[in-house]
Ligand binder design. Sequence first.
Ligand code: G4F
Length: 349
Amino acid sequence: MRKKAFITGVTGQDGALLAEFLLGKGYEVHGLRLYAATDDTVRIKDLIKNDGFHLHNGDMTDGGVLWRLLSEISPDEIYNLAAQSHVKVSFDVPEATADINALGTLRLLEALRGLKLDARFYQASSSEMFGNVPAPQNENTPFAPCSPYGAAKLYAYWVVRNYRDAYGLHTSNGILFNHESPVRGEEFVTRKIANSVAAIEAGKQDSFLIGNLDARRDWGHARDYVEGMWMMLQQDVPGDYVLATGKARSVREFVTTAFALTGVNIVWSGKGENEKGVDARTGRALVSVDPALYRPTELHALIGDAAHAYEKIGWRPRTAFRDLVREMVNTERDLMKAGQDDGLLYAAE
Ligand code: G4F
């Protein structure tokens, strides 16, 4: 029997990569897509042609739709990836963030419980839930979120655990540290940097603005992380797992590495808002700080300890940091050459 998976947030980076991964394993994949007036299917345009892939309109704020879709599809595995996933934007739209990320998860769990489906449930929990507690962070680290996004994700995390304990549902949390890829949204810092570096190399952009250069993140490859999501649901006993590389780099290091891959040696000068990334050969300032890109509260260092996932489910991050940056920058260079460089959709973030 072909297994059936239901993925919320299928048009996002993780949804698209997970759908591709599950189709490769022979699953029938059903994806929930938030209706959008503009076409948001760019990441799944090839998957749509696959007859094992089915796209459904829906919304995490509409419990009736979630109930009906789960009842019609009767999936074996549910991956809840839908979210308002931008931390800075969550300060602008905190209530919507809570409705989608926190109550949306509750709605999906209630449908699962009410329909008495025998499905396994994965929740996209986030390292953002840890806030600024000292690194490294693992499953036993106390949570202290510092954003409406992190607080909403923490509610979802706990309700997933509660439905496991109270009703015996097979629900698991993947506490994922930052994971990137060439299909990362342009509003996130890694894709923004890769895109800008390639545009500068192609002569289509002179420089770019950046926010907090000191923030440190544990950046892995999203392809490795979607495999980890699937591995969690193959366990007979549900659980909660951190997925991370265990190594952190600053935003500044990401910029320097990305430029180095195009042959540009960046030297940093100045401090705080006056800091600039300068091309050592030409003396041109290619990167400047814009305080408008700072967040009301910032997480300084997220570094994950994934020992539990290593030991219990055998998951390993496969992609080294430099290889991740290289893949992202080279994809942007190819897009530039192909003339598909429409620029950043959310340059202000
Ligand atoms: O790329 P970011 O926006 O990712 P952030 O905030 O760490 O969140 C991502 O990872 C979380 C897991 O820990 C997910 F839960 C979440 O959904 C999302 O996927 O920002 C990374 C860092 C921040 O410290 C930010 O202040 O980069 C800093 N930054 C500096 N300049 C910038 C910019 N971030 C963005 N987006 N844009 C900038 O220009």
